[in-house]
Design a protein around this ligand. Structure first.
Ligand code: SAM
Ligand code: SF4
Length: 445
């Protein structure tokens, strides 16, 4: 009987993708996935340390799995950003933990599992890999059960925003060769993938420092030529490196979807400077104008942090004002969370929790109104929807996304999965849309 692995994933798309890569490696080593920790021979917790909350979840997850260890001797490993940051300390703190695997050590996973199983002992592997082996493609060997896939195009980050732990836990910025990326996307398309989302902490710097390599708009052009691929997305784009060529790609490349996630973080120049973001609010607003000139239908989303050290009411008002001006389609907003080892954690004038919470609530209430208004504007519109699978809400519905990345639920059949359907939007909600497929001019079902 194959051995079973259960993987619990916290954090961003990069972590989700890393979990997938770990699963592929383990499948090659004879494991199969289980969604039931009780049935697992190996439990992996793939962690995030970007804020305090996800970091705490790791310890509560470990608490939950302690009994499994005691009852069945299940092997337990921690991977990802907390693993990278804590290394040996995690082994000391959690005596029943078998191994800790840092962000660059994914390719070592099968050999470490084998070693711990055969010889016992406990392992912590957190070296940064200068060779870049961790960036090699790990292609699925069997068919995929989905139509969208992530593709990592670069790892690490050299930006050192003053609040952010990522440069410390993911290492230096490094791009993959474009021929590897193109090959991987072609292969995914051969398995039925229709949409790829390219991943990197700042994809606008793709190819920088690699002699003879194409830049990010050049990579998009190459991918746009791949037959059978229908849609391209990417995340994340840094406002300071958003070039005019990339902006124009949204009007030129028919497969590039009309959605850009462009984290702004704050609307006050003083705070942006303290965050070491490298742009001003004026620059950000100018880039938004250029984007909307090039592609009027583009949906724009962003991240915002409230309560950065020294943020005063006036600074926060400027963030609200920026939201009113830009009118984002959606926003991911966070309370500043001090991260050990980052510059912002040591700054004076940390903002009180109560003030952070109040600002977050005000910001989120404003954005809820804007998001609903944006979604309502789509009622009656005809949108192209890539059907992804069964809807969670009703067994008679399928679900998919518009090119602008909005979720649409509609009556439909599972054999539509993978098809691009014209869909009439009938109703807008804060987090999704409802629609009806239009077939040969007729509304279906
Ligand atoms: N590289 C991307 C970028 O430049 O925006 C995203 C990196 S991070 C994983 C995702 C988001 O988490 C950031 O955009 C930021 O809003 C938020 N974040 C990062 N560090 C944070 C901190 N210390 N406290 C609160 N939010 C934080
Ligand atoms: Fe963190 Fe800034 Fe790098 Fe994004 S660009 S990962 S926020 S340091």
């Amino acid at each position: 009987m194959p051995r079973r692995v259960y993987i619990e994933t916290y954090g961003c798309q990069m972590n989700e993708h890393d979990s997938e890569r770990m699963l592929r490696l383990l499948e090659r080593a004879g494991f199969e996935e289980t969604k039931e920790p009780n049935q697992a021979d190996l439990v992996l917790i793939n962690t995030c340390s970007v804020r305090e909350k996800p970091e705490h979840k790791v310890y509560s997850a470990l608490g939950r799995f302690k009994r499994l260890k005691e009852r069945k001797g299940t092997l337990i490993g921690v991977t990802g950003c907390v693993a990278q940051q804590e290394g040996e300390r995690l082994l000391e703190r959690v005596p029943y933990l078998d191994f800790v695997l840092g962000t660059h050590a994914i390719p070592l996973l099968p050999s470490i599992v084998q070693r711990v199983e055969a010889l016992g002992g406990r392992v912590s592997e957190t070296e940064f890999d200068a060779e870049g082996r961790y960036l090699e493609a790990l292609l699925p060997e069997k068919g995929l059960d989905r139509v969208r896939s992530y593709v990592t195009i670069m790892q690490g980050c050299d930006q050192f925003c003053s609040y952010c732990i990522v440069p410390y836990v993911r290492g230096r910025e490094r791009s993959r060769p474009s021929r590897d990326i193109v090959e991987e996307v072609r292969y995914l398309v051969s398995l039925g993938v229709k949409e790829v989302c390219l991943l990197g902490q700042n994809v606008n710097r793709y190819g920088v420092g690699m002699e003879g390599e194409t830049d990010f708009p050049g990579l998009l052009e190459e991918l746009n030529r791949i037959e059978g691929l229908e849609r391209i997305r990417f995340t994340t784009s840094h406002p300071k490196d958003l070039s005019q060529r990339l902006i124009e790609a949204f009007s030129k490349l028919e497969k590039l979807c009309e959605h850009l996630h462009l984290p702004v973080q704050a609307g006050s120049n003083r705070v942006l400077e303290a965050m070491n973001r490298g742009y001003t609010r004026e620059h950000y607003l100018e880039r938004i104008d250029r984007l909307r000139e090039a592609c009027p239908s583009i949906a724009i989303t962003a991240d915002v942090i409230v309560g950065f050290p020294g943020e005063e009411n006036g600074d926060f008002e400027e963030t609200l004002d920026l939201l009113e001006k830009v009118r984002f389609d959606d926003l991911y907003s966070f309370k500043f969370s001090p991260r050990r080892g980052t510059r912002a954690a040591q700054l004076d004038r940390q903002v009180e929790e109560e003030v952070k919470q109040r600002r977050l609530s005000i910001l989120q209430a404003l954005q809820r109104e804007i998001t609903l208004e944006k979604n309502k504007a789509l009622e009656g519109a005809l949108e192209e929807v890539l059907i992804e699978g069964a809807s969670k809400q009703s067994s008679r519905d399928v679900t998919g996304r518009t090119r602008s990345n909005k979720i649409v639920n509609l009556p439909g059949k599972l054999d539509w999965v993978g098809r691009l359907m014209p869909v009439r939007i009938t109703k807008a909600y804060p987090h999704s849309l409802r629609g009806e497929a239009v077939l040969n001019g007729e509304v279906s079902l």
